[in-house]
Design a protein. Structure first.
Lengths: 396, 379
């Protein structure tokens, strides 16, 4: 079993056609819902649009973070499927399309965009140096520019290595990843503040960025986990991925489920304990009327079920369980975004209808189609990466 | 050192890949009683040796859950049953506020108890003898070699076969290890006086040193302990205020919670005319009145209000409360005496609540009627 003895057994194959079909069906249904929704109730559809925008940022930006993390950490176990994560990071490209409907309805969603109201309001006037439409727009452009810029150089170097086998590209990417990290932390925090927290411009939570981050990483891990298990079962990935790799993915998912719960609870506890009216009303809005059921549901769906589902050691290696839990976690993150964003739209109770069902389909369809488009006729593993062989041989 | 018993057959390897392969082959052949020794944890060894998952996790689960339960009951008992206090306007049973403590205790119980279980149950502490100790084999594998040791207890044990197998796998120094039966069977007792004594000495030494270093060596003037703080302390001076009084007098006109100013100070006639007893002579009120009268009034006025004090002439005897004057006084007039006192009788307003005063008056009325019953009482 000397590691120098066996070669990397990989053959490029066609992606399963079913993947494309289901992605297309989801996308078309979602698109119809979105278009009809926009004519029926533009505000509500803009809020839904914001939900899936934040969800897609989690997929795209979170995946880019995982790629960068692998480079900085010198991780080898994830190298055989880093390319999958890179394909998911390409979701960043289509994000600008999803910000447009939000941007057109900015006055119906963001109270602070009404200048005359802000002037009357002492607190909002104080925040207006940051929360004003001009700076908001600049930030949107800046965020996308930064994310796509880092996506382009990181993946370009990674892909170049497939043919050149140049090891210095790995070193280059380590440096770029290190530069990316602070940009990532700041842009992610500001994006969550701009697009979610500022919906209630009087409210503030000092760990809001981390809260969104915890869900983001969970989501990025979930899409990668699902795709790796799915493609590996179909035999499309390199030979030799096994329980040890699955276990590591499962353990990371489990860790971030706990991390999310920890952060979510910390945010709640501090506000609950200090009991300051300027902070508590945000939680009161989420425990009044039918919203309290959504709040309870969030705790069950986002923490209890995946916690129990991935607690035992064998469950973290069980491909079926992993795939199920990955999809479950994606839905949980959508519910989380719904819980964060929707109470601003429907204050008297949870609003749930065909739009809230249709928009997630649009999101799922988009992710699958982007993945399909980027992965089609490409190598699904980084064939030239110097860490690849060690990654395949990885044992717990 | 007389009786030497065969323990195992051992072999050494140079690389981690070799030892993984050896472990795989040996377990494939059906050996179950063998162990592998490496200078550091080698990834993938559990699988190669076909070890079942460790049972230690169950111990962690049980201890963790008992920690959860202990913390929850403890918090509940303390803040709901034994010493209920309103803290920050929260209910007594403020679950979110308990969760951090429950979480900490869970983690603490699980981790400490898991380590102890590992030590005492799995490692059989305090027994620290093992046949492989002090052998050349152990010296090699604890520095830079990878070793495998197949025990003679294994049902498949066969010296010649194992020698060939290990040889084929590339092992060198294939040797048998013997042990001294007496030494291995020697049992250690955790309550041995020597061991307990050592622990005690250690405890005293560490705590003594810590005390000396922190309280004597490091205690320099601007370095103050928590007891010395810049805050205002009641009944102490503080330079924060011009008059240096730490305790501030309340703003003029301040009324304490539950306190009502008495409007008839020095005006017994007005009190007699305007105050009415708000209580009815119910059993409860009379019982309250009796208990308060016996406590506060009876030492001077006597249990039956006849002026027969128990003070043995140390204090002027008060008049009987059965006099015609007293029977004609309104409740408000008596109330006035309780609040303000009368001549040598002091005020009882700080000892008795308003309700208790009125209840006492009701009781005095019953005492009066016990000696001077009304016509209606006799029917």
């Amino acid at each position: 079993m000397n590691s120098t003895e066996h070669r990397i057994e990989y053959e490029r194959k066609e992606l399963p056609a079913g993947l494309f079909k289901i992605g297309l069906v989801f996308f078309i249904i979602g698109l119809i819902v979105a278009v009809v929704g926009y004519f029926v109730d533009p505000t509500r559809s803009a809020f839904n649009n914001l939900i899936i925008l934040m969800f897609l940022i989690s997929v795209g930006l979170g995946s880019l973070f995982l790629v960068a993390l692998e480079y900085i950490g010198g991780a080898v176990w994830s190298t055989p499927f880093r390319r999958i994560t890179e394909f998911f990071a390409a979701v960043l490209f289509i994000l600008p399309f999803f910000i447009i409907p939000v941007y057109f309805n900015i006055h119906d969603m963001f109270h602070w965009t009404h200048v005359e109201e802000v002037l009357k309001d002492k607190i909002l006037s104080g925040k207006s140096a940051y929360l004003n439409e001009g700076f908001f727009t600049i930030r949107i452009v800046l965020f996308f520019a930064i994310w796509i810029f880092f996506y382009l150089i990181l993946t370009r170097n990674s892909k170049k290595q497939d043919t050149t086998l140049d090891q210095s590209l790995t070193k280059k990417n380590i440096k770029i990843s290190a530069i990316f990290m602070p940009f990532f932390g700041i842009t992610l925090t500001l994006a969550s503040i701009d697009w979610i927290m500022s919906l209630e411009p009087h409210w503030f939570s000092t760990i809001f960025g981390i809260y969104y981050f915890s869900g983001t990483i969970l989501t990025a891990l979930a899409v990668t986990t699902f795709m790796v298990v799915y493609l590996n079962e179909k035999g499309l990935l390199v030979k030799g991925l096994k329980r040890d790799h699955y276990y590591s993915l499962g353990a990371l998912l489990f860790a971030f489920i706990n991390f999310w719960a920890y952060i979510a609870f910390s945010q709640f506890l501090l506000i609950y304990y200090a009991n300051l009216p300027e902070e508590t009303y945000w939680f009161i809005a989420r425990t009044e009327g039918s919203w309290v059921f959504v709040t309870i549901l969030l705790g069950v769906v986002h923490f209890l079920v995946p916690y129990i589902g991935l607690l035992s050691q064998p469950s973290k290696m069980n491909p079926k369980r992993l795939k199920f839990m990955a999809v479950w976690i994606l839905c949980a993150h959508l519910l989380d975004m719904y819980w964060l964003i929707m109470p601003t739209f429907s204050k008297d109770g949870a609003a749930f209808g065909w739009m809230e069902l249709g928009y997630p389909l649009l999101a799922f369809g988009t992710i699958i189609l982007v993945f399909y488009y980027f992965a089609k006729n490409k190598d699904l593993i980084p064939v030239g990466d110097p860490k690849l062989k060690r990654g395949i041989d990885f044992r717990l | 050192m007389d009786e030497k018993v065969l323990y195992s057959m051992t072999g050494l390897f140079d690389t981690p890949d070799q030892i993984i392969e050896a472990a795989e082959k040996v377990s494939d052949k059906g050996y179950t009683k063998f162990d592998v020794h490496t200078p550091y944890p080698v990834h993938g060894m559990d699988g190669a040796m076909k070890l079942p998952p460790s049972k230690l996790g169950y111990a962690a689960l049980v201890f963790g859950l008992s920690g959860t339960l202990t913390a929850l009951t403890l918090m509940y008992w303390m803040s709901v049953i034994d010493y209920p206090n309103i803290i920050g306007g929260k209910p007594f049973f403020a679950l979110p506020a308990f969760i951090p403590i429950i979480f900490e205790v869970t983690v603490l119980a699980a981790s400490v108890a898991t380590v102890l279980t590992m030590l005492f149950v799995f490692f059989k502490f305090p027994n620290n003898v093992h046949p492989l100790h002090d052998t050349d084999y152990m010296k090699a594998v604890s520095s830079d070699k990878y070793g495998i040791s197949i025990q003679s207890e294994d049902p498949l044990y066969d010296e010649a076969e194992i020698t060939v197998l290990l040889g084929e796998l590339g092992a060198y120094k294939i040797e048998e290890v013997y042990y001294d039966n007496d030494e291995v069977l020697e049992k250690h007792n955790i309550f041995e006086p020597k061991f307990i004594g050592l622990l005690l000495v250690l405890v005293i030494l560490t705590s003594g040193t810590a005390y000396f270093v922190l309280n004597k060596l490091m205690f320099l003037p601007p370095f103050n302990w928590m007891a010395n703080q810049g805050k205002v302390i009641p009944q102490e001076n503080h330079t924060l205020f011009a008059d240096t009084k730490g305790m501030r007098t309340p703003v003029q006109g301040t009324v304490a919670r539950g306190y009502l100013p008495y409007p008839y100070s020095g005006q017994p006639e007005l009190a007699a005319a305007n105050l009415a007893n708000p209580l009815l002579p119910t059993e409860e009120n009379l019982a309250l009145g009796k208990s308060k009268f016996n406590t506060f009034c009876s030492p001077c006025h006597g249990y039956f209000a006849e002026g027969d004090s128990r003070l043995n002439g140390k204090f002027p005897n008060p008049p009987s409360l059965h006099s015609a004057k007293l029977r004609e006084w309104t409740d408000g007039r008596i109330y006035h005496v309780i609040v303000e006192g009368q001549n040598v009788m002091p005020s009882y307003s700080s000892q008795m609540t308003r309700e208790e005063r009125w209840a006492t008056i009701l009781y005095i009325r019953t005492l009066q009627r016990s000696l001077n019953a009304k016509e209606s009482d006799l029917q």
